[in-house]
Design a binder for this molecule. Structure first.
Ligand code: UDP
Length: 457
């Protein structure tokens, strides 16, 4: 589709975290490449602390407040943050839209993260077209939808659970933690369920997945809402290559020296490195960090391990010196660039949805160590539906021991099962490219969305 001069203006509103900003920013780039104007909304704090200007490439930036303009010191519970975001966010979003409505570039539509269900209410107060952008797998969204509508009763006590549209029976360890232990995460459960409370007011549901990856559950969920799969939302250079200079998500919430990881990887042979990351809010126990450290050493492969500053104190004494020639520890990595590097042979991951779909799209097999939220279900799909990884087993204290970590890494890096996983990974990568290329399912769906957005003008 060619560029339009008089463009529809879309406001994109993510939850302020890497796992939400990354896919929605990348999706915004696709919309801009199809001729729309996009304003991407971040918080005052992110704007100030990352010194972001008024735009990032062709995407305009603007801000709302979460009530923590000088930063939120996360210690344990998310309750105060989420409650503040819910109290302050709607008013500041409303003010922002008001400002545009009296300008030469009024907003025509809002694409919002449904964890911020209030953004839909604000959009509808202005009579705007609104689409929810789900940042989890469709399988997980449908499980939560089933919980909201009490088709699946929580806490789940009897297993296995069969959910229509899901390709597998689920045991307790495969279900999202919010479904198994709802009382342990009250604020997160509240936010997760709120996604569905006003969903029928949304004009469209967008899901960051691709059709062939989750066809049965996409078909099932499409029966209850107007749904379009639009993923994977990783930079176009790794998929269809249709967007110029698009090799990075663009906003990094941490200080990063990208060249450090990439230069180090460039000295390593093909498929010889284990990449290790537990996402943007990893808080593993000291015991678990210790087991990971010695498990990596025991595996005897090269490794690149992301250990955020808040986790550094949990690295066992003497470890860094002992593995000097084998491993590199960084506080943040350019993850998609790392996964795309041919030196990487395996990803030891917490199975956050972005990490999972990035690994699938870049053809990297996984060792999974899910922690909470949707990670258990993603891990089950990785191992048993898509067959591109192996889940490391926990002991009776919930810890994955060093022997198990080393064993799983070896299995993926060099065993017969590993070879099969590599072949399957290659298949899912090709299907991700097919989905986003011209005429593919996601590309066709994005064109459909763009046509709708243009007609809302
Ligand atoms: N990420 C990154 N560098 C890192 C670790 C993570 O760029 O060192 C990115 C990763 O590519 C992904 C996001 O942060 O896009 C993490 O999202 P995910 O859903 O995997 O996990 P979450 O942080 O939400 O638990």
């Amino acid at each position: 589709m060619g560029k339009m001069v008089n463009r529809s203006h879309v406001l994109v509103v993510p939850l302020p975290g890497a796992g939400h900003i990354n896919p929605m920013l990348q999706f915004s780039r696709r919309l801009v490449s199809k001729g729309l104007k996009v304003t991407f909304v971040i918080t005052e704090f992110i704007s100030k602390s990352r010194q972001l200007g008024s735009s990032i490439g062709s995407i305009q930036l603007d801000t709302i407040s979460d009530g923590y303009d000088d930063g939120f010191n996360q210690t344990g519970s998310w309750e105060p943050y989420l409650s503040s975001l819910h109290d302050v966010g709607p008013k500041t979003l409303s003010d922002l839209i008001k400002r545009y409505q009296t300008s030469s570039s009024p907003i025509h539509a809002v694409i919002y993260e449904p964890f911020l269900a209030w953004a839909l209410d604000v959009a509808k107060d202005f009579g705007l077209f609104a689409a929810a952008f789900f940042t989890h797998a469709c399988a997980v969204d449908y499980i939560f939808y089933s919980v909201y509508h009490e088709v699946l009763k929580v806490p789940v006590s009897s297993t296995p659970v069969l959910i229509e549209g899901l390709p597998l029976l689920l045991e307790l360890q495969d279900l999202p933690t919010f479904v198994v232990l709802p009382d342990s995460y009250p604020a997160n459960v509240k936010m997760t369920m709120s996604q569905f409370a006003n969903m029928d007011k949304a004009d469209l549901i967008l899901i960051n997945t691709y059709y062939k990856l989750e066809c049965e559950v996409v078909d099932r969920m499409s029966k209850v809402c107007p749904l379009l799969t639009i993923g994977p939302t990783i930079p176009s250079i790794y998929l269809d290559k249709s967007i110029e200079d698009d090799d990075d998500y663009g906003i990094s919430l941490s200080e990063i020296d990208a060249s450090l990881s990439i230069n180090w990887l460039s000295t390593k042979p093909t498929a010889s490195v284990v990449y290790v990351s537990f996402g943007s809010c990893a808080t593993l126990s000291s015991k678990q960090m210790e087991e990971i450290a010695w498990g990596l050493k025991r595996s005897n492969f090269h490794f690149l391990w992301v250990v955020m500053d808040s986790e550094k104190g949990k690295i066992p004494e003497g470890f860094v010196e002992e593995v000097e020639n084998k491993g590199l520890l960084v506080n943040w990595s350019p993850q998609v660039k790392v996964l795309a590097n041919e030196a990487v042979g395996c990803f030891l991951t917490h199975c956050g949805w972005n990490s999972t779909i990035e690994a699938l799209s870049l053809g990297v097999p996984m060792v999974t160590m899910p922690g909470w939220s949707d990670q258990q279900t993603n891990s089950k799909l990785v191992e048993d539906a898509w067959k591109v990884g192996v889940r490391a087993k926990v002991d009776e204290h919930g810890i994955v021991k060093r022997e198990e970590i080393a064993l799983c890494i070896k299995e993926v890096m060099e065993g017969d099962r590993g070879r099969e996983m590599k072949m399957n990974s290659k298949k899912w990568k090709e299907l991700a490219i097919e989905a986003t290329s011209e005429g593919g399912t996601s590309d066709t769906n994005i064109n459909e969305l763009v046509a709708m957005l243009r007609s809302t003008k």
